[in-house]
Design a protein around this ligand. Structure first.
Ligand code: NDP
Length: 401
């Protein structure tokens, strides 16, 4: 019997709620709490329509208001808070969890609204306080970060003594039919891809210009795609948690139309996060752009094709060189049929539910603040296979040069 609060009511939150409802034995009660109550209500209605024994409640909450959060958590006393609102709210929710003695899980690391720079240091700074309070915080439990960290822990545990190289390849071969749209929160997505790229090599980050490094890769079930090196949050934690690491890179595929639109929007200033004055009102161009782009939560019905996300490892076991590729292929329309969402929300929401289930069943419970690769990967890998994200292995993959 456990009670979980899900904060946020967007694309990812909807998948988390649906997947929790499929595991009623673990999640006996969920409360969907977000800024817009009607969105919480419609997720609830969709979960009920599909049938579940999980009790579902909804409420309106401002996740940036710490006293309001504390009061809410103290009143409800949930076993865990799953934060699938936006990265800007990570710290306020963690703060409230500490005061109200509540465990915490999220899928994206804290990002300061004014600097578009994301790193773990603010969240890692909570380590001792969570430890002293006897609480668990699980950071970055989506797909990337999330499953990519679990894949890494699994590779390290079973196939390698040392891993020297990791390439994370995130391919979305889906087509939503719009000239330009983003598959998750547009503001977060555009901030991520318009920032400088970087990779970890020999102990430090090497910075690149946005989209400066491009490779082509032939993805199973998708085909050949151009992919670009981006900075990504799991590079920071994997660099600390993987033995012998020399280099970690993250690549994401983008179609030419997406890049052309993005360049144009950038060139005219629409991706800027610096507020401007418009008719006496202060607006942030990127937030305005988000308001006119399609809501990612509505892309499900139109999106066809597959995602293929995974990691290629190179290293050594018993003195012998080893190559290992582990990946998941996910079909947008299959996700839509199951939970009414496209595969990007699905591949993020399923791991969040799995991390929560492992915490609630005691397998991923330890006091402090942890990234997913710091837990035992085996039960998570098992649940990926049974909860909609089966993975495949290749011990002789084509490498990225
Ligand atoms: P959406 O924009 O669809 O949803 C965000 C939700 O958070 C919305 O319902 C929004 O409310 C709510 N929200 C925003 N601010 C507040 C606030 N102050 N108080 C309460 N609720 C608030 O985003 P997604 O569902 O696409 O993404 C959710 C999270 O998942 C993001 O942090 C994203 O970075 C992360 N993510 C992680 C991935 C991974 O693989 N690790 C991949 C994809 C996403 P409203 O409905 O009113 O707008």
């Amino acid at each position: 019997m456990s009670k979980v609060v899900i904060i946020g009511a967007g694309g990812v939150a909807s998948v988390v709620a649906h997947k929790c409802c499929q595991q009623s034995k673990i999640f006996s009660e969920i409360i969907i709490a977000s800024r817009t109550l009607s969105k919480c209500e419609s997720i609830k209605a969709s979960c009920l329509e599909k049938g579940t024994d999980t009790k579902i409640f909804t409420t309106k909450i401002d996740a940036e208001n710490v006293p309001q959060l504390i009061q809410f958590f103290q009143m409800e006393r949930p076993d865990l808070v799953i934060n699938v609102a936006l990265p800007y709210q990570d710290l306020t929710i963690m703060e409230a969890c500490l005061v109200a003695k509540t465990n915490y899980l999220d899928t994206a690391n804290y990002e300061h609204p004014d600097t578009a720079k994301f790193e773990y240091k603010e969240q890692w700074a909570y380590r001792e306080r969570f430890q002293r309070a006897g609480l668990t915080a699980i950071l970055g439990c989506g797909f990337d970060p999330g499953v990519t960290g679990v894949f890494s822990a699994y590779a390290q545990k079973h196939y390698f003594d040392t891993i020297e190289y990791i390439d994370i390849l995130d391919c979305n071969g889906g087509d939503h039919g719009y000239p330009f749209a983003t598959n998750f929160n547009p503001e977060i997505n555009i901030r991520e891809v318009s920032a400088n790229g970087s990779y970890w090599e020999n102990g430090s980050f090497k910075e690149t210009k946005p989209m400066e490094i491009k490779r082509e890769y032939d993805f199973e079930s998708v085909g050949k795609k151009d992919m670009y090196l981006l900075h990504h949050e799991e590079l920071e934690s994997l660099a600390l948690n993987i033995n012998g690491i020399k280099r970690i890179r993250f690549f994401m595929t983008f179609g030419q139309s997406y890049l052309t639109h993005l360049k144009c929007l950038e060139n005219v200033g629409m991706t800027s996060i610096v507020p401007i004055n418009y008719n006496g009102m202060e607006i942030v161009p990127l937030q305005f752009l988000k308001a006119i782009l399609p809501d990612p939560a509505t892309l499900g019905a139109k999106t066809v094709g597959k995602t293929n996300i995974g990691c290629i490892y190179q290293g050594f076991k018993d003195g012998k060189p080893v190559k290992y590729y582990v990946y998941n292929i996910c079909d947008h329309q299959d996700c839509y049929k199951e939970v009414g969402s496209q595969a990007i929300s699905y591949t993020t929401g399923v791991p969040a539910m799995i991390g929560a289930a492992l915490f609630l069943t005691g397998k991923w419970k330890k006091d402090g603040v942890y990234n997913v690769e710091e837990f035992d990967p085996d039960p998570f890998m098992e649940m990926l296979n049974t909860c909609g994200l089966p993975w495949r292995e290749d011990f002789n993959p084509v490498l990225v040069d």
